[in-house]
Design a protein around this ligand. Structure first.
Ligand SMILES: [Zn+2]
Length: 118
């Protein structure tokens, strides 16, 4: 039994089904996701992941944070690094940030924009 009162989440051979909170509690994936969402809303910023198809923002291990994603620009630098500038809808706000590629992590902040495309 974990600290959230649940059993470890279903998992694969390479993962444990257990997430660790910043203060060291052991949580199932559902509770960890709820906690992350609370944190994003409080801090108005997040580190998350862009799905492989570029259409969803997810956490690890794959819970959907937003399915309304607008990619503004994708660029590649001379070293093969990639940056994808994007916006998405979360918590009734438009968030803006960039990912290091599809299927890669991203950093985003809440904005005062009123539309994804504005
Ligand atoms: Zn739990």
């Amino acid at each position: 039994m974990l600290d959230c009162g649940h059993n470890p989440s279903p998992h694969s051979e390479i993962s444990t089904g257990i997430a660790h909170s910043l203060d060291g509690r052991r949580l199932c994936y559902d509770c960890a996701f709820q906690e992350e969402v609370r944190q994003y809303k409080q801090e108005n910023r997040m580190i998350a992941y862009l799905s492989d198809d570029g259409r969803r923002i997810t956490n690890w291990p794959g819970y959907t944070i937003s399915a309304q994603v607008f990619i503004l620009n994708e660029s590649r630098d001379n070293f093969g690094g990639e940056r994808i500038y994007l916006r998405f809808v979360f918590d009734d706000s438009i968030w803006s940030g960039f990912a290091m590629g599809r299927g890669m992590y991203l950093r985003a902040k809440r904005t005062k924009l009123i539309g994804l495309y504005a």
